[in-house]
Write a protein that binds this ligand. Sequence first.
Ligand SMILES: [Zn+2]
Length: 127
Amino acid sequence: MHETDMTQALVLTVKDWWDAQPETPKISKIHLTVGQFTCVEPASLQFAFQVQTQDTFLAGATLVIHETPLIAFCHHCQQDYFPDLGIQYACPTCQSAMEDIRSGRELKIDRIEYHCADASMSEPSTR
Ligand SMILES: [Zn+2]
Protein backbone atom coordinates (compact mmCIF):
# COMPACT_ATOMS: atom_id res chain seq x y z
CA MET A 1 0.00 0.00 0.00
CA HIS A 2 1.31 3.35 -1.14
CA GLU A 3 0.34 5.24 1.99
CA THR A 4 2.03 2.74 4.30
CA ASP A 5 5.43 3.26 2.67
CA MET A 6 4.84 6.97 2.63
CA THR A 7 4.09 7.01 6.32
CA GLN A 8 7.19 4.97 7.09
CA ALA A 9 9.34 7.50 5.25
CA LEU A 10 7.57 10.35 7.01
CA VAL A 11 8.06 8.85 10.45
CA LEU A 12 11.76 8.22 9.73
CA THR A 13 12.25 11.82 8.63
CA VAL A 14 10.58 13.16 11.74
CA LYS A 15 12.55 10.73 13.90
CA ASP A 16 15.85 12.03 12.46
CA TRP A 17 14.81 15.56 13.31
CA TRP A 18 13.59 14.52 16.75
CA ASP A 19 16.81 12.64 17.55
CA ALA A 20 18.84 15.73 16.63
CA GLN A 21 17.04 17.90 19.18
CA PRO A 22 18.87 18.60 22.44
CA GLU A 23 15.64 18.34 24.41
CA THR A 24 13.00 15.70 23.87
CA PRO A 25 10.24 17.70 22.27
CA LYS A 26 6.68 16.47 22.49
CA ILE A 27 5.32 16.62 18.97
CA SER A 28 1.70 17.68 18.81
CA LYS A 29 1.13 18.24 15.10
CA ILE A 30 2.82 17.49 11.82
CA HIS A 31 1.70 19.67 8.94
CA LEU A 32 2.03 17.98 5.62
CA THR A 33 1.61 19.40 2.14
CA VAL A 34 0.20 16.79 -0.20
CA GLY A 35 -0.43 17.49 -3.86
CA GLN A 36 -3.57 16.07 -5.45
CA PHE A 37 -1.47 14.51 -8.17
CA THR A 38 0.55 12.34 -5.78
CA CYS A 39 -2.37 9.89 -5.64
CA VAL A 40 -2.16 9.91 -1.88
CA GLU A 41 -5.48 9.47 -0.18
CA PRO A 42 -5.48 11.77 2.88
CA ALA A 43 -7.80 9.46 4.83
CA SER A 44 -5.56 6.45 4.18
CA LEU A 45 -2.53 8.47 5.14
CA GLN A 46 -4.20 9.50 8.40
CA PHE A 47 -5.05 5.89 9.11
CA ALA A 48 -1.55 4.59 8.32
CA PHE A 49 -0.06 7.33 10.46
CA GLN A 50 -2.22 6.46 13.45
CA VAL A 51 -1.43 2.77 13.18
CA GLN A 52 2.30 3.26 12.75
CA THR A 53 2.79 5.83 15.48
CA GLN A 54 1.00 3.96 18.24
CA ASP A 55 3.31 3.52 21.22
CA THR A 56 6.10 5.47 19.55
CA PHE A 57 7.53 8.93 20.22
CA LEU A 58 4.78 10.19 17.92
CA ALA A 59 1.88 8.72 19.85
CA GLY A 60 -0.84 11.32 20.21
CA ALA A 61 0.53 13.53 17.46
CA THR A 62 -1.89 14.71 14.80
CA LEU A 63 -1.25 14.70 11.12
CA VAL A 64 -2.57 17.84 9.45
CA ILE A 65 -2.83 17.43 5.71
CA HIS A 66 -2.91 20.45 3.42
CA GLU A 67 -3.89 19.43 -0.06
CA THR A 68 -2.66 21.45 -3.02
CA PRO A 69 -4.70 21.33 -6.23
CA LEU A 70 -3.37 20.03 -9.50
CA ILE A 71 -2.62 22.99 -11.74
CA ALA A 72 -1.20 22.58 -15.22
CA PHE A 73 -0.01 25.10 -17.76
CA CYS A 74 -0.88 25.00 -21.44
CA HIS A 75 1.85 26.39 -23.66
CA HIS A 76 -0.50 26.66 -26.58
CA CYS A 77 -3.07 28.78 -24.77
CA GLN A 78 -0.53 30.36 -22.40
CA GLN A 79 -2.77 29.77 -19.42
CA ASP A 80 -3.11 27.72 -16.26
CA TYR A 81 -5.91 25.22 -15.96
CA PHE A 82 -7.21 22.66 -13.50
CA PRO A 83 -7.30 19.24 -15.14
CA ASP A 84 -10.23 16.99 -14.26
CA LEU A 85 -8.65 14.58 -11.82
CA GLY A 86 -8.87 11.03 -13.05
CA ILE A 87 -10.93 12.00 -16.08
CA GLN A 88 -8.89 14.05 -18.48
CA TYR A 89 -5.36 15.34 -18.20
CA ALA A 90 -5.53 17.78 -21.06
CA CYS A 91 -6.17 21.45 -21.64
CA PRO A 92 -9.95 22.11 -21.58
CA THR A 93 -9.63 24.73 -24.30
CA CYS A 94 -7.39 23.16 -26.96
CA GLN A 95 -7.20 19.56 -25.69
CA SER A 96 -3.41 19.41 -25.77
CA ALA A 97 -2.01 16.80 -23.45
CA MET A 98 -0.88 17.95 -20.05
CA GLU A 99 2.81 18.82 -20.20
CA ASP A 100 3.67 21.23 -17.47
CA ILE A 101 2.54 20.67 -13.94
CA ARG A 102 2.67 23.82 -11.88
CA SER A 103 1.38 22.41 -8.64
CA GLY A 104 -0.03 19.18 -7.28
CA ARG A 105 3.04 16.96 -7.00
CA GLU A 106 4.21 18.21 -3.63
CA LEU A 107 4.73 15.84 -0.78
CA LYS A 108 6.59 17.41 2.05
CA ILE A 109 6.58 18.23 5.71
CA ASP A 110 5.46 21.80 6.07
CA ARG A 111 6.24 22.25 9.74
CA ILE A 112 6.19 20.43 13.02
CA GLU A 113 4.43 21.77 16.09
CA TYR A 114 5.96 20.75 19.37
CA HIS A 115 6.73 21.85 22.86
CA CYS A 116 9.62 20.83 25.01
CA ALA A 117 8.84 18.45 27.80
CA ASP A 118 8.74 19.96 31.24
CA ALA A 119 11.74 19.01 33.39
CA SER A 120 9.40 17.53 35.97
CA MET A 121 8.11 15.15 33.35
CA SER A 122 11.47 13.57 32.74
CA GLU A 123 12.25 10.01 33.68
CA PRO A 124 12.79 9.52 37.39
CA SER A 125 16.49 9.14 38.07
CA THR A 126 17.63 5.84 39.46
CA ARG A 127 20.03 6.31 42.31
ZN1 LIG B 1 -4.62 24.82 -24.36
